[in-house]
Design a protein around this ligand. Structure first.
Ligand code: 6PG
Length: 243
């Protein structure tokens, strides 16, 4: 029996990303009525880059950015100026175009020793992000999925990171061995709203496996199940062709 997932599917990647930008705007408007600051974790990789551009172009003056704090679900241990830097990419595509205090931006890696940076990021998460069920609780967790089924930087060889009580971990990319800092599975699943943004035919079979419940336990993305929040998948028709 397949799992029932809440999904929004549009024909093209541009269309689904435009829809996600609008839904994020609506979500933020609704949540900000409470008057509290919101804590958002952004994913990396290439898929969300168009989302950052749309938010910068279309929502630059519509969102009260100073009420939002941005963290990252994961980060590569590379300099901000590297094209691999998730923070650097978001800064170039979004944060450089909007009015947001630097103190609201919480990069996971700032160029120093990775172990020291891991401890610094853990401290920053604990300092800023409110706790729910003894774990940091993000208001919005944006995730992508790799073609091996990883999410954040939790790769198939590290599914233990969905069981650990540690809130972040230092890992190595299984192929490139690139060092990365990642938020762990219990923090991901403790979020109030989790969003997967997945596009492209190359991910269709993975999406099918996860949605049909086959082998979904072998893919980290299949282990994303909110404990008390909501999960929604945003996909283009290519990524969703098999479900
Ligand atoms: C990262 C991400 C990672 C990403 C997937 C999908 O730092 O790489 O956070 O989990 O979301 O690898 O990447 P693409 O969007 O490039 O396919």
């Amino acid at each position: 029996m397949g799992k029932l997932f809440n999904t929004t599917i549009k024909k093209t990647a541009d269309a689904i990303i435009a829809q996600l930008a609008k839904d994020i705007y609506d979500f933020l408007q609704d949540e900000l009525k409470s008057g509290k600051q919101l804590f958002i974790a952004l994913s990396g990789g290439s898929t969300p880059q168009c989302l950052f551009t749309i938010l910068a172009d279309k929502y630059k003056d519509a969102i009260p950015w100073s009420k939002l704090h941005f963290f990252w679900s994961d980060e590569r241990c590379v300099p901000f100026k590297s094209k691999d830097s998730n923070f650097g990419t978001a800064q170039r595509l979004l944060f450089d175009s909007i009015d947001i205090p630097d103190i609201n931006l919480h990069p996971a890696y700032t160029g120093k020793d990775p172990h020291a940076e891991l401890n610094r990021y853990i401290d920053e998460l604990k300092t800023y992000v409110s706790v729910e069920s003894a774990m940091p609780c993000f208001d919005l967790m944006l995730l992508g999925m790799g073609t091996d089924g990883h999410t954040a930087s939790i790769f198939p060889d590290r599914k233990d990171l969905f069981k650990t009580e540690d809130i972040c971990a230092l890992v190595n990319h299984p192929v490139t061995q690139q060092q990365r800092i990642t938020i762990t599975g219990k923090v991901i699943n403790n979020s109030r709203q989790i969003i997967f943004l997945v596009t492209g035919k190359e991910k269709a079979s993975l999406v099918n496996s996860i949605f049909k419940g086959h082998d979904s336990q072998i893919y980290p993305a299949g282990l994303v199940q909110p404990v008390h929040g909501k999960l929604k998948w945003y996909m283009d028709s290519d990524a969703a062709e098999s479900i």
